[in-house]
Each structure stands twice: as structure tokens, then as C-alpha cells.
Design a protein around this ligand. Structure first.
Ligand SMILES: [Zn+2]
Length: 411
């Protein structure tokens, strides 16, 4: 008890010094004590004969560190249903159940990371929290995202629910990816009853739903919701000819860009990525069909960053990260969201790493962005036992500091 109190006192003293901002001048026990000229009786303030030089306190940078086996769950949602809607298909999730899933994941320490950062290794979450990725297939429908006249996503949409939850829980983060079928998933008025919601839109020639879709896309891209390619009309790729697979990919991308261009937001096109999710989780039947997928470049010439599988219903697995031996960017597995799959994730949460924070250094302050200096500082911090081996993220630069070496990570 006594020593604990004493530690507290020391801690308070240190804290006081730091807060008072005088630590910089106090740290060296002074080899040169400043001496002052004798005060005179004039009004001139005393002039120091020796200017005290600010001696640098050791400088450190904070790193987010991942250790052990680095993997995470990637969830798939599809459509969302009203709480009072009966007999919804199994691929739908009621709004209240979606909110319950988010709460469960949050309470068990999970935070969202964007799919793109999961794939390139730059993902981070607040200290102590665990990563997961959220994807929505068969995008864009109004129950998934619908932007109200006030510019916020409707609470009667999955993204709207996610956005509200993230506003209330900032450490949960906000990110999701939607895999779109621009050829057969019709947007609509989210306030219509379910049975009219889509039929009416496809029969209706008015441009209103197109405006709504463009507005949803613009909001999404400006707020961290990234659309990717689920092929134009959700074809079964095992019975689709290779040239038709190419058309299905390219047409989906073309129409996506059309909805941005028609509202003058071509500036958002360069932010579009290139990731494919297999419709029904089905691969093409022939090697040439598979090559069409793997070799596909989007209209801006970006190669495919990853191919997402589905649906993992009976054999759920966590997805290896880009730092894992068994990572395959053309075979990214996902878990279809349901109450039991959320429970699966919670049951396996100890297998998913929590983000650690480690102070790397000391390092010269002006070299805090010098990658070679950071490499050396990480190595020294590990050797001294102050930081563990692992994957380090310092201001978005990733270092693989495992197996006795420190390398700048390139995915
Ligand atoms: Zn689908």
C-alpha cells in the first residue's frame, strides 16, 4: 500500500512537471547554471549573461503494433428489412438485428477497418481494439443506403444505422464496402412498403430514383463507404462465357461512373477502387474465365486488388491478413452475417489480435518521418525489450518487424 502511494506521488509530480511545460529545461541536471547580472536599480529587467539552451528531451513516436497471428472476420450483409416485416429471406437482416450485431461487436472490442486498408496492410484501430471488415453485397438498394433531404443517411437503411452507431461510438470507426450490381438492383423510395419498393421503381421512368442513387453514391464516397464490383447483373460465373464475364465487369464499372458523371462528380471517379466479389461465391468454370477476373483492369487502368469469396455458411473462418503466410488476395473469404455467425466471431475473438501501442525511440525529432531512422528505432526498441516483435504502423507507414529484422512493408 505504501509503495503504491509513493508511486502515485511520483507519478503526480512527473505529470505536474509535464503539464507545467517546464520539463524541457529541467531534465538535464544542468552543467551550466544560468547566472544573471546583478540587479540594478533601474527599471531595466535583468539580462541573462548566459542564455539557457533548451536541451532536447528524448523524442518518441507512437506505433500501432500487431503481434501474433494477424487475422480478422470479414462480414457480408445483403439486404435490410424493417423490424415489423415478417418472413424476410434469410439473406436479409432486420434493422434491429443489425444494430444488435453492431452492439455485440462493439462490446467485444471490435472496430471497423476499411477493406482497402485490410488488403494493403495499413489498417489500424484504437489501442486495445480488434479489427473487422464490413461488406454489403448486391449494392445499391435503398434499404442499404438512402440519403435523406437533410444530407444524412436514412435511419431506415443499413448504412444509416451504421453511421448513427459510429457517431455515438467514435472508437468503433466508420467504414464499409458495397459490392454493386448496376444492372439489376434498383434503387427506390425507402419509405414504400417492401412489396412495392422495387417493383414500382423498375416500372417507373421518372428520374427521381436516379437522382437518389447518385446522391447516395456521392455521400458514400465522401464518407468512407467504398463501392466495388459484383458484376452487372449478378451472373452465375460457372455458366458465363469469358467474354461475357469481361462485359459484366466493365459494364458495372461504366454505369457506376455514369451515376457520378450525371451529377457532375467526376472528381470522385479516381477514388474508386477495383475489387471483385463473386456473385453467389461461384468461380468461373474454366481457367480462361478465372484469368478474365484476375486480369481485369477498371476504366482507369487499376488492376484487381482482390477477389472476394462467399458465403462461408457452414464452415466459418477468419480471414488471414496480408501479413499471413496463407494470404491469397484472389481468395478472400468472408462470413455471411447472422446471429450465429456473430456469436462465432465472439467465440473466436481471442484468435484476433488487439492493437497495441508502443513508444518507439528515442529518435531525433527531425527524423521522425525518416523511414530508415524509424527502422533503426524500431529495431532498437525491440532489442531493448521496450516493444514486441510484430507489424508496426507509424503514421501510415508499415514496418514488418518480425523474425529478427525490420523491413518497410510493401503489400
Ligand atoms: Zn450477391
Amino acid at each position: 500500500m505504501f509503495s503504491k502511494n509513493r508511486n502515485s506521488i511520483v507519478a503526480i509530480l512527473l505529470l505536474t512537471l509535464l503539464i507545467s511545460g517546464c520539463a524541457k529545461n529541467i531534465v538535464p541536471a544542468a552543467t551550466t547554471t544560468p547566472t544573471f547580472a546583478a540587479p540594478t536599480d533601474t527599471a531595466v529587467p535583468p539580462t541573462p549573461t548566459v542564455t539557457p539552451t533548451a536541451t532536447d528531451v528524448p523524442y518518441y513516436v507512437d506505433a500501432t503494433v500487431w503481434t501474433g497471428e494477424i487475422n480478422a472476420p470479414i462480414l457480408i450483409y445483403h439486404y435490410f428489412g424493417r423490424d415489423n416485416e415478417e418472413d424476410i429471406p434469410t439473406t436479409w437482416t432486420r434493422f434491429k438485428d443489425f444494430e444488435k450485431h453492431l452492439q455485440q461487436l462493439y462490446d467485444n472490442g471490435f472496430s471497423l477497418v476499411p477493406l482497402s486498408s485490410w488488403l494493403d496492410g495499413t489498417f489500424i484501430v484504437p489501442e486495445g481494439r480488434k479489427p473487422f471488415v464490413l461488406t454489403i453485397d448486391d449494392f445499391w438498394r435503398s434499404d442499404q443506403i438512402y440519403v435523406d433531404d437533410d444530407g444524412t443517411p436514412s435511419p431506415y437503411s443499413g448504412i444509416g444505422i451504421l453511421w448513427r452507431f459510429s457517431q455515438e461510438h467514435p472508437d468503433f470507426g466508420f467504414a464499409a464496402s458495397g459490392f454493386s450490381n448496376m444492372g439489376d438492383k434498383f434503387f427506390s423510395d425507402t419509405l414504400l412498403p417492401a412489396e412495392q419498393r422495387y417493383i414500382r421503381v423498375s416500372a417507373d421512368n421518372s428520374p427521381i430514383w436516379r437522382d437518389r442513387l447518385s446522391a447516395a453514391m456521392v455521400w458514400a464516397l465522401e464518407n468512407g463507404i467504398t463501392p466495388y464490383n459484383h458484376l452487372f447483373t449478378h451472373p452465375k460465373l460457372d455458366i458465363t462465357m469469358p467474354q461475357d464475364i469481361q462485359y459484366q465487369l466493365a459494364e458495372n464499372d461504366r454505369v457506376t461512373r455514369f451515376y457520378l458523371t450525371r451529377v457532375g462528380r467526376e472528381d470522385l471517379i479516381p477514388t474508386l477502387g477495383n475489387i471483385i466479389a463473386l456473385p453467389f461465391g461461384i468461380w468461373p468454370a474454366t481457367p480462361s474465365g478465372v484469368q478474365v477476373l484476375k486480369n481485369y483492369k477498371n476504366p482507369e487502368g487499376l488492376p484487381v486488388a482482390a477477389i472476394m469469396e462467399a458465403y462461408n455458411l457452414d464452415a466459418a473462418t477468419l480471414t488471414p491478413s496480408v501479413f499471413s503466410e496463407d494470404f491469397d488476395r484472389f481468395k478472400i473469404n468472408r462470413i455471411t452475417a447472422s446471429d450465429s455467425m456473430i456469436q462465432f466471431i465472439i467465440d473466436h475473438k481471442e484468435e484476433i489480435p488487439s492493437a497495441l501501442t508502443c513508444r518507439v525511440g528515442p529518435i531525433e525529432e527531425e527524423k521522425a518521418n525518416d523511414q530508415q531512422a524509424l527502422r533503426a528505432a524500431i529495431a532498437a526498441s525491440i532489442t531493448s525489450g521496450n516493444c514486441p516483435e510484430g507489424v508496426y504502423n507509424i503514421n501510415g507507414v508499415v514496418f514488418d518487424a518480425r523474425g529478427g529484422t525490420v523491413e518497410i512493408f510493401q503489400p
